[in-house]
Ligand binder design. Sequence first.
Ligand SMILES: Nc1ncnc2c1ncn2[C@@H]1O[C@H](COP(=O)(O)OP(=O)(O)O)[C@@H](O)[C@H]1O
Ligand SMILES: Nc1ccn([C@H]2C[C@H](O)[C@@H](COP(=O)(O)OP(=O)(O)O)O2)c(=O)n1
Length: 238
Amino acid sequence: MNDATEAARIAIPVLTIDGPSGSGKGTISRRVAERLGWHYLDSGALYRAVGVAAAWEGVDLGDEAAVEACARRTRIEFRDDAQGEPRVIVNGQDATDRLRLETSGAAASAIAAMVGVRAALVEMQHGFRRPPGLVADGRDMGTVIFPDAGHKVFLTASAEERAERRHKQLMQKGVSVKLSSLLGEIVARDERDASRAVAPLRPAPDAVVIDTTGIGIEAVVARVLALLDGMRHEPARP
Ligand SMILES: Nc1ncnc2c1ncn2[C@@H]1O[C@H](COP(=O)(O)OP(=O)(O)O)[C@@H](O)[C@H]1O
Ligand SMILES: Nc1ccn([C@H]2C[C@H](O)[C@@H](COP(=O)(O)OP(=O)(O)O)O2)c(=O)n1
């Protein structure tokens, strides 16, 4: 990339929304992106998609080189269906429902600890930075992928509330799962995501942390938009 192209790329505004599972990243990011008319990157879906592609291809998840090669060849597309629902197409197949399973989240978390897998997905994530702007959700959006983002948010909520939210979400989809086992899975996944050596889950030093425990979706959206508004009107520092 030449200097002029790089300068044009980094002039495109980015809002990063990182946080643990069930903190509301996807829900809040989608709504904020819609209000702003910006693009949206669900980076977790990329890790989930690689995990699913690896399972389809019989790749051993313990073999780092094989999983990295799988990450490099996996084709992932985001599309809205006729009802406007977002779908994720992995190597030409609609994998949306499978990607949402907690087993896919756990597989994604395991392969996301591999440095080669993370490296394989960097360019694809940068490709989402297109005018007029991008809202990017994940674990390392503000720390690693878009460290120059002008707006960074880290969402949290108590583990109990996050498990309850996920439980309700799964029940609505007709997936029956015990709340206690879900809580255990979520806590274990957060622990692995936060303790890994490469791009661990943690707030960027310049992120605004919002604890969403007991705060409704629209109130969180309003807080994020207010933050953005404040930053946009902040006078440039000398
Ligand atoms: N602030 C909130 N209050 C109550 N429920 C929420 C809140 N934020 C998100 N949810 C719900 O919690 C569930 C998980 O949210 P999601 O956006 O998928 O989280 P994440 O992307 O962080 O895993 C969804 O059903 C969503 O509607
Ligand atoms: N930027 C990202 C996004 C997700 N991951 C990994 C770690 C997460 O446990 C899995 C799944 O992420 P995803 O955001 O889809 O999961 P939740 O919706 O928060 O439950 O992927 C990551 O390491 N880096």
